[in-house]
Ligand binder design. Structure first.
Ligand code: F6P
Length: 359
């Protein structure tokens, strides 16, 4: 059997752990196995940059963050466009696959990566996709690997801010990654006891943020902590078209939404507001135990899917069971936080503000 492996898009803590699961599951059950690792995501497949890997490459990497193969962002929307030298990328990827005579290509990545994986499936390649992202926004799986490790990092960042915020009687904003969705902010915010949580799925109202801060002050709490998703948006901005919003943001010149909120808070309350952006630390370091278990399970399930020749699927985790989900059913869909979900209601019940009318 010959398989190819690639990791594409933004990295996360648990890519190596997942590849280890896949390869160990195959080595233990397939007599002759060749594993080709493509460098830097789809780039390696397009430009035929790869290496034959051995079982030694997968030893000792369960706890190692990043990816032993390297990664890059190759936007899906440009896949059908020739590169700067006129190379047809899809044809080049197919050519590498057929040249190596692969039985299957295992692709680890997020939403964009998944769309290209589906494109390659449509082009006739045998594909298995594994759902990676700290954003947890992949439709069709309850959980993506990398998510809980990132929750740990973001939670620790907010925990550290908590002690300094309490000493200084300030307002602190911690900006959490997550791209267009609020999963990471919601989990890290609840886990760290943030007072206000702002998610893209619940456009915020300035006056609600101020009310929440003033309420705390009245109750003798001199400080307030906001967990703000990088994609958080105000109620009025949410009404704008993409084009109008871009124009407005260019004029405003804020490095990110958190700085805009910080300025508004200081203006309205006179309280100092500070912004902390943990940024890419959220994708770094070792995978947490939950992710190590998840990756080992997903990787092992992927190995079984390959052995059973059940190609064209994403290996998902649904109700704590690994399942194969057809790529055609999930590619291009986003999994957002439901603003009316139980977790948000529970958070509201204990006084966490989402800065909206339902507070
Ligand atoms: O998708 C993972 C992610 O970390 C997002 O949370 C974030 O918006 C984005 O990638 C950052 O991308 P880059 O590493 O390319 O700056």
């Amino acid at each position: 059997m010959k398989i190819g492996l690639l990791t594409s898009g933004g990295d996360c803590q648990a890519l190596n752990a997942t590849m280890r699961g896949v390869v160990k599951g195959l080595y233990a059950n397939v007599e002759e196995l060749e594993v080709y690792g493509f460098y830097d995501g789809y780039k390696g497949l397009i430009y035929s940059k790869y290496r034959l890997l051995t079982s030694a490459d997968f030893s000792g990497i369960l706890t190692k963050g990043g990816t032993i193969l390297g990664t890059s962002r190759q936007p899906f929307k440009l896949m059908r466009e020739p590169d700067e030298n006129g190379l047809d990328k899809v044809a080049a990827m197919k050519s590498t696959y057929y040249k190596l005579n692969l039985d299957c290509l295992v692709i680890l990545g997020g939403n964009g990566t998944q769309k290209t994986a589906n494109l390659l499936r449509e082009e006739g390649l045998n594909i298995i996709h594994l759902p990676k992202t700290i954003d947890n926004d992949i439709f069709g799986t309850d959980m993506t690997f990398g998510f809980y490790s990132a929750v740990n990092v973001a939670t620790e960042a907010i925990d550290c801010i908590h002690t300094t915020a309490a000493s200084h009687n300030r307002v602190f904003i911690v900006e959490v990654m997550g791209h267009k969705v609020g999963w990471l902010t919601l989990y890290a915010g609840v886990a760290s006891g943030a007072d206000i949580i702002l998610l893209p799925e619940i456009p915020y109202e300035d006056k609600k943020i101020i009310q929440a801060i003033e309420r705390r002050h009245k109750n003798g709490k001199g400080f307030t902590i906001l967990a703000v998703a990088e994609g958080a948006i105000s109620k009025e901005d949410a009404k704008l078209s993409k084009k109008e919003l871009k124009k407005k943001q260019e004029k405003e010149h804020y490095p990110s939404v958190s700085y805009k909120i910080a300025e508004m808070i200081t203006k309205e309350t006179g309280i100092e507001a500070r912004v902390t952006v943990p940024g890419h630390t959220q994708r770094g370091g070792s995978p947490c135990p939950y992710d190590r278990v998840l990756c080992t399970r997903l990787g092992s399930a992927a190995a079984k899917a390959i052995i059973d020749q059940k190609y064209g699927n994403m290996v998902a985790i649904i109700n704590d069971k690994t399942e194969l989900v057809p790529l055609e059913k999930v590619a291009g869909k986003l999994k957002s936080v439901d603003p009316n979900c139980q977790m948000i209601k529970e958070a509201r019940r204990i006084g966490i503000s989402f800065a909206s009318k339902d507070d």
